[in-house]
Structure formats: C-alpha cells, structure tokens
Design a protein around this ligand. Structure first.
Ligand SMILES: [Zn+2]
Length: 274
C-alpha cells in the first residue's frame, strides 16, 4: 500500500484539527489499529464478562466449573453468583455458621477456577421470587454488565434452582435482553428434567481443576468417590462427552430468543501474543 506524502500530511493536519490536544492517546490508538488492519492483522477479541448464577455454593462449580475454568484461563472475566449462601446445607449447624463455612468454601472454589465470587443474599431453602427480588436481580445484572449469563435450567426438582432461573430470566426479559442467556444442568434426572442440550463444551483440559473446585465444598460431602457415584456428576460429564465425541463435556441449552455465543470458543485465548 502506497500513500502520497503531501496528501498524508494534509490528512494528519485535518485529524489534528478535529481532535483536541488531550486526545493524542486516542489518535495513537486509532492509528495503531489502522496500521494493524493495513498489515492484515486481525485485532484480538476483548474479554467477555461472564456470570454463572447458581442457587447454592457448589452449583456453578458442579454444573459449569469446566466452562468457568476454560473461560477464565483464556482471559475472560468470570464471576460465580450464589443466590443463597447455603444456610440450610449443613446438618446440625445453625444458619449463620453454615453460611460462614459455605461462603469460605465457595471463595476457595472460585480461587481455584479463576473466578470472582458474588453472594446475592437470599436464604437457602427459603428463596423468594417476587417483585422486590426481581428488581434486585435486575440491578445486579445492570451493575455487572455481563455479555453472557448462565443459570439453572428452569425445570428442576429443587425449588431454589427454579427460583434462581426465574429471577434471571425475568431480569433478562424485562431488561432488554442485552446479554446472551444459557442454561446449565444440575444432576440431570435427579434435579434437572427435560434438559435437551443445544451446546457442549469439551472440559477435558480442565477436568482436574473443575473437580478440585467441587471438592472444595467439603461440607457437602463432595469427594472423588461421591462425585462419581451418589451425586452422578462424573456420569454426566462422561455421558455429555459421549454426545460430543470427547471424553468429558458439559452441556448447555441456549434460550431460544437469546443471541448465540460459541461456548466452546470461550476456551481460546482472548489476547494475541506479540
Ligand atoms: Zn443447588
């Protein structure tokens, strides 16, 4: 590509007149992008803001921990939102003590996955779906400005999971449908029902990391043994892997009216090395 020097000088003068002095940095960035495009380089896509909203500590990890680990490793900003703090989830412990223990477990799990924990403030086993909580969920999502939200599949035997799905769906639907909305499964057959995946994500590369995050929830009895037997998480990963033609996978359903996002592509690094 050749440029007439005098023409280029006139163009630069016009640009200088258009931009005030304090906008020199912006001009430099724009010029850099122009040079990169002329050289045929494809600018790296920026990081996405991803929220995984689950009913209890351990739901984002067991349902979507592989995707969370892959996306965080690739450079996306991922947060796990916990609708409740698991107050009712430890037999023999009061609500406050159980919440303290489960909050610490969730924070540890998020550290392992590279995600940020967010606690929404509802009470385990006593979740509320009403106008005030719709508003709070909508406010949270407006604050977080996500590109993608993944939450519980709405047909589930656990009412806290159904409450979670309902609050997120309402926020998405009445908030202008500004983010992509996908659903995750929780122990399909036992909890999620009628779940027919539209998307699969190969989680083989981060399987151990996902499992460590799940095992961080020791108060829930999630161990290498129960993960594979009574809780069936291991069976689900292998079954979804069979569907996807890989060893282990997670499955998701896209909300029909949501824009589509290539979930598998979230594993690709968002920044191109120099
Ligand atoms: Zn749950």
């Amino acid at each position: 590509m050749t440029v007439n020097p005098s023409h280029a000088h006139r163009s630069r003068s016009r640009v200088a007149a258009l931009f005030p002095a304090h906008a020199r940095v912006l001009r430099a960035v724009l010029l850099g992008c122009l040079v990169a495009l002329c050289a045929g380089a494809v600018p790296a896509a920026g990081p996405m803001r991803i929220l995984v909203v689950g009913g209890h500590p351990d739901d984002p990890e067991t349902c979507a921990g592989g995707l969370v680990a892959l996306a965080a490793r690739a450079g996306h900003e991922v947060a796990c939102v916990y609708l409740t703090t698991g107050e009712a989830g430890i037999e023999g412990k009061g609500a406050d003590e159980a919440a303290r223990i489960r909050r610490a477990e969730a924070e540890n799990a998020c550290r392992i996955l590279g995600a940020r924990p967010v606690f929404f403030g509802q009470i385990d086993g006593a979740t509320v779906v009403d106008k005030a909580w719709f508003t709070r969920m909508r406010e949270l999502l407006e604050r977080e400005r996500p590109d993608l939200v993944i939450t519980h599949w709405p047909i589930d035997t656990h009412r806290d999971h159904r409450a979670c799905a309902s609050l997120v769906y309402e926020a998405w639907n009445t908030g202008g449908r500004r983010f992509a909305l996908y659903y995750m499964e929780a122990m399909s057959g036992h909890q999620s029902q009628n779940f027919r995946p539209t998307d699969h994500v190969d989680i083989g590369e981060v399987l151990r990391q996902k499992h460590e995050a799940c095992f961080a929830h020791a108060s829930q009895g999630i161990t290498p043994e129960t993960y594979e037997t009574s809780m069936d998480h291991g069976h689900m990963e292998r079954f979804r892997g069979i569907e996807a033609g890989v060893t282990h996978a997670e499955a998701y359903v896209r909300q029909d009216q949501s824009r589509a996002i290539d979930l598998a592509a979230l594993a690709r690094p968002v920044r191109v090395a120099d």
